[in-house]
Design a protein around this ligand. Sequence first.
Ligand code: NDP
Ligand code: GDR
Length: 369
Amino acid sequence: MASENETTSKSGSTDNGEVAVVRKIALITGITGQDGSYLTEFLLEKGYEVHGLIRRSSNFNTQRINHIYIDPHNAHKARMKLHYADLSDASSLRRWLDIILPDEVYNLAAQSHVAVSFEIPDYTADVVATGALRLLEAVRSHIDATGRSHIRYYQAGSSEMFGSTPPPQSETTPFHPRSPYAASKCAAHWYTVNYREAYGLYACNGILFNHESPRRGENFVTRKITRAVGRIKIGLQSKLFLGNLQASRDWGFAGDYVEAMWMMLQQEKPDDYVVATEDSHTVEEFLEVAFGYVGLNWRDHVVIDKRYFRPTEVDNLKGDSNKARKVLGWKPKVGFEQLVKMMVDEDVELAKREKVLVDAGFMDAQQQP
Ligand code: NDP
Ligand code: GDR
């Protein structure tokens, strides 16, 4: 039986008179990423069946969702299912849509690192921009073939699209992207708007400002800092090499932001929404709070390395999320200091576990698991 808070699309009766619950089905690209893992937890809690598209890797890439994975051989218990596909492979997208028959599609997959997008611009555009187009087109042709016009699509847009346009940035603020990643996200944004207008697709752009968590990739600045704080505190590292400390970001908690994604797809009409805390801090302020929390002074450890400066920087992001707050009823629950402390706490514990392995000779202090 479904629990009370489970979201179901329809229900019927079985032969023996029990109510058979038909769950809503979500398809998530980028399920192995930070947001994919939180969104999966959120949707499972709501009673959804969740299907994730994962790409082939020579190493396991499912660390962030291992804790919710149930072996598909326990078919009656497993409500999260994983399938191989890639945003660069249009046929795989269409095939899984036809097999899974989702009610909601969340496109979270991306080459999501801004600095790396300057190194691999062609690949970034292929996955972030054309990948979104491939998925939209797969959804459109799937609807054409099956008549399943109730299907809803979420596109993971980014505050990076605003680039050099000064804050506060809202849905009406012009885009001025400052990287191949940001330009590609702008293309994906407009593809999504176009599919909504041209084909009547229920498609939403979430324009999300930076959101972080203990699951954040380790080469994004917040996690890079909190990992270093943990390792310095435990004695595994002494220096932290960073780039521009003066950039300001509107940092929220990823767990709060995935709820906004879902809320967008529950409205009567599709639309685009900015999601932000409306509170902005510099990288230096992040350092102050993170190091200060464990009694360290960041100035004793941070070394500026020009390698981490970008050819074009985004200096100042601070969102105006009035529309999301009014229409969706969304608001963030975790504030800046709480977020930093949550990340530091987790990374101090992680460093302690690493230290055990280092002391036992199973790991080099330089090597990170
Ligand atoms: P991550 O980098 O943590 O996750 C990206 C996901 O995309 C991973 O699951 C990755 O797989 C997958 N992926 C990458 N390339 C491909 C591909 N070619 N085909 C299929 N899957 C692929 O990002 P986040 O979770 O932080 O962000 C989610 C989305 O939201 C991204 O689109 C990002 O650009 C966007 N965004 C993020 C913000 C943030 O602050 N976090 C803010 C605004 C937008 P693998 O695990 O194998 O690498
Ligand atoms: P961002 O996040 O570019 O905002 O994109 P990131 O954490 O990479 O950079 C934030 C700011 O910190 C400065 N910085 C450094 N950044 C990194 N990664 N490493 C460093 O050593 C370093 N030193 C200083 C950067 O110059 C920048 O100003 C993130 C990603 O999640 C995108 O996918 C998403 O779209 C946006 O957030 C919103």
